[in-house]
Design a protein. Structure first.
Length: 131
């Protein structure tokens, strides 16, 4: 189990991936790929009730070539519950991460909400961790 503020190791980032592939996962975290071909809404994880969401991360591996490309992490009822659009920038290759303790009491579907804008390339890796 991850503790608040503990670094989640993400491993090495190979140069080639397939669309929306689960890159890494275990019983406490999952990382997926988002690219210019991804859907507007992508399932990130189904987190079991009683868990505590402790970390979300977006790594922009290859910048998206559109200033209008946006991404957020949230739920069906609050698309920006875990990371807001203005807390990251897909136009710059960088790591955007937030640590917190958010206890959930029922199973929760966490999604990535993606707007490609006019991007024709770009790759990001999105992670959520819980305990």
């Amino acid at each position: 189990n991850k503790q608040l503020g503990e670094i989640v190791e993400i491993g090495n980032l190979p140069d080639s991936y397939t669309v929306n592939k689960i890159i890494e996962s275990n019983s406490n975290y999952i990382k997926i790929e988002i690219n210019q071909s991804s859907n507007i809404k992508e399932l990130l994880a189904n987190v079991p009730g009683g868990s505590t969401i402790v970390y979300v991360e977006i790594i922009v591996h290859e910048m998206f070539n559109s200033l209008n490309s946006t991404i957020s992490i949230g739920t069906e009822y609050n698309n920006e519950k875990y990371m807001k659009i203005n807390e990251n920038n897909l136009y710059f290759a960088a790591k955007y991460a937030i640590s917190f303790e958010n206890k959930i009491y029922t199973d929760e579907e966490i999604n990535v909400y993606f707007n490609r804008g006019s991007a024709t390339n770009g790759t990001a890796f999105v992670t959520v961790a819980w305990n």
